[in-house]
Design a protein around this ligand. Structure first.
Ligand code: PNS
Length: 167
């Protein structure tokens, strides 16, 4: 597929990245000339399970195959980082209809703040129920998450569990 000239930013908490995130990254990388995966430093209303360096390391590892994908992080408003890196478009994945309500408000606000539009990719149906929080919950209760996360994420989850001494 030919790449459009444009720099897309794909923001999120990525705590941890899932195969659903990777699917969106792969599809955005096929459309835009550059994709910056932007990790928010402090996800709102929750303390992250993985620190920013770990989340970036997991993303760098599982996106290494895409020459046009970069990984960065930002604090505060996404709009500030959009301007800082001169992104042309914000990319988000939509899993289910209930995602839409919040995302519509975010898209309007980000466009008002930056003039940059948000484009949505429908998540692959096989990942429509996959979220980072569900992955953590299932894993920490002993469930099998191997189908839903890249291998590197599984390694980080194992190491974190070992360090935290959980399960
Ligand atoms: O993976 P998530 O947690 O669904 O990602 C949400 C994220 C990071 C994209 C969103 O919370 C965000 O943009 N946070 C930065 C703060 C901000 O800009 N808030 C106003 C949005 S209009």
């Amino acid at each position: 597929m030919p790449s459009a000239n444009g720099h897309a930013i794909y923001p999120g908490s990525f705590d941890p990245p899932t195969n659903g995130h990777l699917d969106v990254i792969a599809r955005a990388a096929a459309v835009f000339s550059t994709v910056t995966v932007a990790v928010v430093v402090n996800p709102q209303k929750r303390s992250p399970y993985f620190v920013i360096d770990e989340r970036e390391a997991m993303l760098r590892s599982c996106t290494a195959r895409y020459e046009n994908v970069r990984v960065g992080h930002f604090r505060g408003l996404l709009a500030g980082y959009v301007k800082e890196i001169s992104a042309d478009v914000i990319v988000k994945g939509l899993r289910v209809v209930s995602d839409f309500e919040n995302e519509m408000a975010f898209a309007h606000m980000n466009r008002a703040l930056t003039g940059v539009d948000t484009m949505f990719l429908m998540s692959d149906s096989s990942y429509s129920f996959v979220s980072s929080s569900l992955i953590k919950e299932v894993y920490l209760q002993g469930g099998d998450i191997t189908r839903y996360v890249p291998d590197v994420v599984l390694e980080f989850m194992h190491n974190k569990r070992h360090v935290n001494g959980r399960i």
